[in-house]
Design a binder for this molecule. Structure first.
Ligand SMILES: Cc1ncc(COP(=O)(O)O)c(C=O)c1O
Length: 377
């Protein structure tokens, strides 16, 4: 049954799904899965403990429906953190809690009538899919060769795109791991101001994983018509426990009316609400240091091993490594034949690169590097 308009955005993913099935059938439990960001070592024990505590709570309504937009206590926790990270005084009413970042993105894209959405690429796989699902036409604008923002290309696209509804930027970049600098974000803000102040959706799911001392800067600090998207799944390595948010900048145009609209959409859509369990656990969860140190150590070891093979590896952020390999699909398929799963750049609307996740185990990553050396030899 066709879902008109979104099929073309699913082609590369479905090709990967078929490859995954083949690889699973062949490799079974021995598969080195470096594709999606699942944490193969599981979440830190303190995270499990916070979830157990929330589940053990005995109030009659503790596990029942929560208000549209989320429980006030959890919204306050999210707003306080966001205000600290961005320097923008987000309050709890600016934050709509959702079932992960996926629901937040869909709701934000549903706020406007169908039009066009500009997306600097490579980008997270489902950004164009969600735009298409909300009847927008995704317009992909390549990032610069070093994956920084190509402000001239973006200005050209802004000037020539009619019925522009939003721009989606992944900050830091996924799959690229690029951390946007102040000069880039100021240039972006100026370009958006000149283009009539369209909504900027800043997808900040990976902002907790910054390495090498580069500070995280949110576009919200430079541009008021920003909606921040975030996910706690990545931070606490519990991606199946769905909690994230969409937060509208307090000084965004028509902020009051748009917040009402977002809540109505959450209600009318019938999807997107997070579980009460995750909301109850949040005040305890945010006291836990994210699992950054373990990911960083693995990331550095794997990067060194890949660079020793003479490969170009980029990124100062995220739990991923992005590696230039030539024909991304051919290398992905050859790796799958050897029991190693990675994501080809094509999934991220880009070609010639692979993404490996350092949320996999050390042993899986070591096998991945070994197999890549064989394939490229
Ligand atoms: C950039 C980005 N946005 C959104 C998501 C979806 O996040 P969630 O699982 O919280 O819905 C992901 C997950 O990988 C991501 O990397």
């Amino acid at each position: 049954m066709p879902l008109t308009g979104v099929e073309s955005w699913l082609e590369e993913q479905e090709r990967f799904d078929a490859l995954r099935q083949r690889a699973l059938a062949k490799g079974g439990a021995r598969l080195a899965d470096l594709a999606y960001a699942n944490a193969w070592d599981g979440p830190p024990e303190a995270v499990r403990e916070a979830l157990r505590k929330a589940a053990a709570s005995e109030g009659a309504l503790d596990l029942q429906y929560t208000p549209y937009g989320g429980q006030t206590v959890a919204r306050r926790v999210a707003a306080r953190e966001l205000a600290e990270v961005t320097g923008v005084p987000f309050g709890f009413r600016d934050v709509l809690l959702t079932a992960g970042a996926m629901a937040a993105l869909s709701l934000l894209l549903r706020m406007s009538l169908p039009g066009r959405v500009l997306i600097p690429t490579p980008t997270w796989l489902d950004h164009p899919l969600y735009a298409a699902m909300q009847r927008h036409e995704p317009v992909l604008v390549p990032l610069a060769d070093d994956f920084s923002l190509d402000v001239d290309a973006l200005r050209d696209a802004l000037a020539t795109t009619e019925e522009l509804r939003a721009v989606i930027l992944t900050c830091p970049g996924n799959p690229t791991g690029h951390v946007f600098r102040e000069a880039e974000l100021r240039a972006l803000a100026a370009a958006l101001e000149d283009a009539g102040r369209p909504l900027l959706i800043s997808d900040e799911c990976h902002r907790d994983y910054l390495f090498g001392g580069t500070p995280f800067l949110s576009p919200a600090a430079f541009y008021a018509n920003t909606a921040v998207v975030y996910s706690y799944g990545k931070r606490f390595l519990v991606q199946g426990q769905r909690l994230g948010y969409a937060a509208l900048h307090p000084d965004a145009p028509e902020a009051g009316a748009r917040k009402v609209l977002l809540k109505r959409l959450a209600r009318a859509g019938g999807y997107g609400m997070p579980t009460s369990l995750m909301q109850r656990a949040l005040p305890d969860l945010v006291k836990i240091d994210p699992a950054r140190a373990a990911i960083e150590a693995r990331r550095e070891r794997t990067r060194e091993a890949l660079e020793a093979l003479g490969l170009r590896v980029v990124g100062e952020a995220t739990m991923f490594l992005y590696v230039e390999v030539g024909d991304d699909w051919a290398v992905t398929e050859a790796l799958a034949d050897r029991g190693v799963l990675v994501l080809p750049g094509a999934i991220f609307h880009h070609r010639g690169w692979l993404r490996l996740t350092c949320s996999a185990t050390d042993a899986m990553l070591a096998r991945g590097v070994e197999a890549l050396a064989e394939v490229l030899a």
